[in-house]
Write a protein that binds this ligand. Structure first.
Ligand SMILES: N[C@@H](CCC(=O)N[C@@H](CS)C(=O)NCC(=O)O)C(=O)O
Length: 243
């Protein structure tokens, strides 16, 4: 049997977090090798592990994959989280890109100059409530199913649930008018949950995104899956040229 995938990234959420979520949702255990100092990144660059001298990089099935979307698509295909045909896949891509657009805005928030931060937060809230959440709520409402595409869990659902947690961290009231995107309150999640923890802190069976999505949560925390606080993950990168 092939070994566990190894994830190379900083000890923070950043661009790797969606990959961690997807693997966790697929029930795949993985190892992490954190880049803790500039020399760690230089080493990966110099030994030819990084095609574009950038991370995330995931070692999986004998490959060293870079580019976040390529990695996600490979994992989603491998674990049957990418729809049954071209049309479903197009929808999954479309929804995933929408999630990514809002997620990027949130991810870059800590890098925002202090004098622009309030305006950025206001823009994120406006886009959340007027553009992105209504769109996803409408999809679920229109087809009346628990998953976004094909009445089956896909990577789009997993990316969306991850996003819901970030939005909830920013301002829980933003979820109020979107009953189908409901995330259980931190209290309802039980003692293992703290507001800044990610997927492995959720109790199996937690009600997220309708009800059926609860099934995708790992039945036990993935041992090597680490969670980070929003502030720690999104703190400015350790070197000025890291974006
Ligand atoms: N399009 C790439 C962007 C990757 C990227 O910007 N990675 C940053 C860290 S989040 C990086 O490695 N920066 C170092 C560099 O560019 O030298 C992806 O989605 O994976």
């Amino acid at each position: 049997m092939a070994g566990k995938p190894t994830l190379h990234y900083f000890n923070g959420r950043g661009r790797m977090e969606c990959i961690r979520w997807l693997l966790a949702a697929a029930g795949v255990e993985f190892e992490e090798k954190f880049i803790e100092k500039p020399e760690d990144l230089d080493k990966l660059k110099n030994d030819g592990s990084l095609m574009f001298q950038q991370v995330p990089m995931v070692e999986i099935d004998g490959m060293k994959l870079v580019q976040t979307r390529a990695i996600l698509n490979y994992i989603a295909t491998k674990y049957n989280l990418y729809g049954k045909d071209m049309k479903e896949r197009a929808l999954i891509d479309m929804y995933s890109e929408g999630v990514e657009d809002l997620g990027e805005m949130i991810m870059h928030l800590p890098l925002c100059p202090p004098d622009q931060k309030d305006a950025k937060i206001a823009q994120i809230k406006e886009r959340t409530t007027n553009r992105y959440f209504p769109a996803f709520e409408k999809v679920l409402k229109n087809h009346g199913q628990d998953y976004l595409v094909g009445n089956k869990l896909s990577k789009a659902d997993i990316h969306l649930v991850e996003l819901l947690y970030y939005v909830e961290e920013l301002d829980p009231s933003l979820l109020a008018n979107f009953p189908l995107l409901k995330v259980s309150s931190p209290t309802a999640l039980g003692s293992r949950h703290t507001p800044h923890l990610g997927i492995c802190s959720l109790d199996p069976g937690t009600e997220v995104l309708g009800s059926a999505l609860s099934g995708f949560l790992p039945s036990a925390p993935v041992p090597s899956l680490t969670c980070w606080s929003l502030s720690a993950c999104l703190s400015p990168p350790p070197r000025a040229d890291w974006s």
